[in-house]
Design a protein around this ligand. Structure first.
Ligand SMILES: Cc1ncc(COP(=O)(O)O)c(C=O)c1O
Length: 487
């Protein structure tokens, strides 16, 4: 067994478990720890390092969550195989003979039952609305925002009332670049950032930039429904790629002949899995060999509860293949309508060449206010507060589901984000589940609307968001749901 000899500094700002995690991660990446090698047990390493077990266990959990190590029940934790077993690494640009995904018909019809999960239009009809798009407003810094927006209307700040920079407020882009590096491991210069008016606006712009080079675009088999509409209108065939526990199926991607792939690697929407480090490396190798792009939508990566957020895929990319897409809709408030793209150099040039045809759609007023909010450190403070709150909300929901729905459902996607999925074990269809809940004035939401092809929809699975519902309403809402679903 390789001996681990980290230098751990108690005086550092970086918690000990993160130091240990970083050390082991570096050892694995450098090949000092070999694939399949067993890591010492938590108890043994704790005693070797003269530490308590807690930081060791946390470091191991983070390594497992990111896929650097694999846990085998009752055996321990083993180093994952990060070597890239793929045709592209040997130079063949992946023109595989079979395109499995090509035969999948794409969903174009609307859902059989109402409603996108994140439109609160019917919220008044519900006693309990487990809709998805809302954020919890109980901790929103209303006073600070009143002041920040008010400042934009002072005569000396009059320029804020004019057209802004077409790429986005430079001060905001600076703040975003600094935040992304620190919080998400994204490497960018402010000049690479293009501010947009929400994910769909940013994605529409990106698809326009990609259009001249897109033969086909691949995407996770289930995607946010707004994203789905945009992909289907992109003017290129869309290839749905199956999902498995550690991300998309690489064999299907290689067979797809796509020149771009859309992913939510930190927290798959809606199923919640994380793309493992091994798969991330394979994705980058695929993109490099095919001269393809990876669109990384990191819509809620800040909200991970068991450990640290999963670092971005963009941060691993040395080759300008990853386009990073972010939004303030989950981390702050959707009404701001502020999102951003981090464009690799080639696409940045394409954007600049076409720039005269774009206006800046995100309000310069909110951009200026947000830049100040971030500069003062308030955004990161807000995220820390919200992470704790959403963690408590998710725990409350999980405890209520265990208590009231027990063995009648499987829970999918815990540990991150602002929603959970419940899959009925009694074999009922999604429509029955949603309709029965609605009759009891509880709104839960279909997941089939996210499937890129109808046969890819998970059976009997509904989505429950907990962003908007007050924490004290969650348990009684789940109790009401269990009564509604009683057979
Ligand atoms: C996968 C995904 N991306 C992004 C968003 C946010 O979109 P926007 O930035 O347009 O508010 C959502 C909202 O529900 C989402 O599910």
């Amino acid at each position: 067994m390789h001996s681990l000899m980290p230098t751990l500094d108690d005086a550092s700002n970086v918690p000990v478990y993160m130091q240990l995690y970083a050390y082991i991660k570096a050892q694995i990446s450098a090949g000092q720890l070999r694939p399949g090698e067993k890591l010492p047990s938590v108890r043994l390493l704790a005693s070797l390092l003269g530490r308590s077990r807690t930081p060791i266990a946390h470091a191991y959990d983070q390594l497992a969550a990111e896929g650097y190590a694999v846990s085998r029940p009752r055996s321990g934790l083993f180093v994952a195989d990060l070597s890239i077993h793929s045709p592209e690494i040997t130079g063949s640009p992946g023109i595989d003979p079979i395109d499995k995904s090509a035969s999948k018909p794409l969903a174009t019809d609307g859902p059989p039952i109402p409603s996108r999960a994140y439109h609160a239009a019917n919220a008044d009809e519900a006693d309990y609305d487990f809709g998805y798009g809302a954020v919890d407003l109980s901790q929103f810094p209303h006073g600070k925002w009143r002041k920040l927006v008010g400042e934009c209307f002072l005569p000396e700040n009059g320029r804020t009332l004019l057209y802004g920079d077409y790429q986005g407020d430079p001060r905001l882009r600076e703040e975003i670049a600094a935040y992304l590096l620190h919080a998400r491991g994204v490497r960018s210069l402010p000049g690479q950032i293009v501010v947009g008016a929400g994910t769909y606006h940013s994605l529409a712009l990106l698809l326009q930039l990609l259009r001249p080079r897109l033969g086909a675009i691949a995407a996770e088999e289930a995607v946010n429904d707004g994203v789905k509409s945009l992909l289907l209108q992109a003017g290129a065939p869309v290839k749905p790629i199956s999902l498995e526990a550690d991300g998309i199926r690489m064999d299907e991607l290689r067979a797809s002949s796509a020149q771009a792939v859309y992913l939510t690697p930190s927290h798959q929407f809606p199923y919640g899995m994380t793309t493992s480090i091994a798969k991330r490396l394979q994705l980058l190798a695929w993109a490099q060999a095919r001269d393809a792009y990876i669109i990384e939508n990191d819509y809620d990566g800040e909200f991970r509860y068991g450990g640290k957020p999963i670092p971005s895929l963009q941060g691993l990319d040395a080759d300008g293949r990853v386009i990073y897409l972010g939004t303030f809709s989950k981390a702050l408030a959707p009404s701001l309508r502020i999102s951003y793209l981090v464009l690799p150099p080639e696409l940045l040039s394409a954007f600049k060449a076409m720039a005269h045809s774009y206006d800046q759609l995100a309000s310069p007023i909110f951009q200026a206010a947000l830049a100040r909010f971030m500069r003062a450190g308030d955004f990161e403070r807000h995220i820390r507060r919200m992470r704790m709150l959403y963690n408590r909300k998710q725990e409350t929901m999980l405890a209520a589901v265990r208590e009231h729905l027990g063995d009648r459902v499987d829970v999918i996607g815990q540990g991150s984000g602002l929603h959970l999925l419940l899959r009925d074990r009694c074999g009922r269809r999604e429509e029955e589940l949603v309709t029965a809940a609605r009759a009891a004035r509880v709104h839960v939401y279909p997941t089939s609307i996210y499937a890129l092809a109808p046969e890819l929809a998970a059976p009997g699975t509904v989505l429950l968001g907990y962003g908007g519902i007050p924490i004290e309403r969650i348990a009684s809402g789940i109790r009401r749901l269990s009564e509604a679903w009683e057979v």
